[in-house]
Design a protein around this ligand. Structure first.
Ligand code: AMP
Length: 379
């Protein structure tokens, strides 16, 4: 079912995936009068805690998926790694936005890179690798250093490996568990940027201010918005992101991660057809948050304004912060103008995203300093 249908407040939105993105989506949607029914294999997860109803079942359970989809008006996603079959089952029962083909592209790095390259978007040189010999020939073609990434189910740098001049391709391939990988040239970047764009039912788009992202150990650590780049770079980044949304014929939200090279050229690294960690600051810092915009886009409602209200920053809170016991929340909250978001995850494991802090100030530097000070005070 793909008809150009509008779903006004009062409709029931099904959310596949039960993490923090689903949680913040559900909070925005419920404020607007929508009902939220989540589907996730995990009981009492971040999204289920704030939803009207929660189905706990496996994505491969056809009966459960069809029963769920039969009870809701439309379905959307908080992450792209949902099996294609699951989406096909759901699509027989209700409207699915964004459409399954878009998730299919975004859930595999090779398909994603091939889509981007074939539609003329700038990507790092890449080759498909499925054996030791194809790794050897890909290394010859791309040169070293290069980065080997598993093609499927990758996020936060999982399954990534840098290959330098002294590394032995045979040893590297023997240690890999992935059947299919992508070898990419290393991009010498000056900055990492992301652009979140919403595209509505009639092809209208709304682009959020460009974000500047700082990663630590491959995980997003700090986002500054707006990015500290020349206006021409920001305009080019926005243009690239909206062109990708257009080429995908997206109805929904799309985050486009990019590298900015020192010569000013932008290279697209990854796509995520959903809200994105680098857009959390929009809850406080933008006229419309990325979560409300996702709701509006998939429900076929008019898109909201994406004006920046004030320079903003976001810092992630990973499970590592709990190492010495419960963090000192009151010390962090003593930092004025800093907002705390906690996702309701039960186990604070290392590297796990447990929450974030965001801050608004007169400059992005001052906003980041406030958020970082608050995080340091957590102990
Ligand atoms: P990814 O899992 O592809 O999002 O990569 C996680 C992080 O690894 C990125 O945000 C970059 O900091 C780094 N990275 C990934 N691919 C490349 C590349 N081709 N060149 C340089 N750095 C990269």
């Amino acid at each position: 079912m793909t008809e150009a249908k509008r779903f006004p407040p009062g409709a029931t939105i099904g959310m596949m995936g039960g993490g923090q993105l689903g949680r913040m989506f559900a909070m925005a949607a419920r404020r607007m009068g929508y009902r939220i029914h989540t589907f996730s294999p995990e009981p009492d997860g971040p999204a289920a805690q704030v939803s009207d109803r929660a189905t706990v079942a496996d994505y491969n359970d056809e009966t459960a998926v069809r029963r769920f989809a039969g009870k809701i008006d439309l379905i959307t996603f908080e992450f792209e790694n949902i099996p294609t079959e699951t989406i096909e089952w759901a699509a027989r029962e209700c409207v699915v936005r964004p459409r399954g083909e878009i998730l299919h592209i975004a859930q595999n790095r090779l398909r994603e890179k091939e889509f981007l390259a074939s539609s003329g978007s700038p990507v790092a040189p890449f080759r498909r690798v499925g054996s030791e010999s194809s790794l050897t020939s890909a290394l010859k073609a791309i040169g070293r250093p290069a980065i080997l990434k598993g093609a499927a189910f990758g996020y936060d740098g999982k399954g990534q490996q840098r290959i330098d001049s002294s590394d032995d391709a045979a040893v590297i391939w023997a240690a890999r568990e992935d059947e299919e990988c992508v070898l990419e040239g290393v991009v010498e970047f000056e900055k990492e940027l992301s652009v979140i764009v919403a595209r509505g039912l009639y092809g209208e788009t709304a682009i959020f201010p460009v974000c500047e992202n700082i990663h630590r150990e491959h995980i997003l650590d700090v986002t500054l918005a707006p990015a500290r780049v020349a206006p021409a770079v920001a305009a080019a980044a926005s243009e690239l992101a909206s062109a990708v949304a257009e080429k995908l014929a997206l109805i929904g939200l799309l985050a486009v991660e990019m590298f900015l090279r020192s010569d000013g050229q932008l290279i697209i690294n990854e796509l995520a057809p959903r809200p994105h960690n680098s857009g959390h600051w929009t809850i406080e810092g933008c006229a419309t948050s990325q979560f409300e915009q996702h709701v509006r886009a998939v429900c076929g409602m008019p898109l909201g304004a994406t004006d920046l209200l004030r320079p903003s920053a976001m810092v992630n809170l990973l499970g590592d912060i709990w190492k010495g016991g419960e963090p000192n929340w009151s010390a962090a909250l003593a930092e004025q103008n800093v907002r705390l978001h906690i996702y309701g995850k039960h186990e604070p494991r290392a590297r796990r995203k447990m929450g974030h802090l965001s801050a608004l100030a007169n400059t992005v530097e001052a906003a980041a300093a406030a958020a970082l000070r608050a995080r340091a005070r957590l102990g």
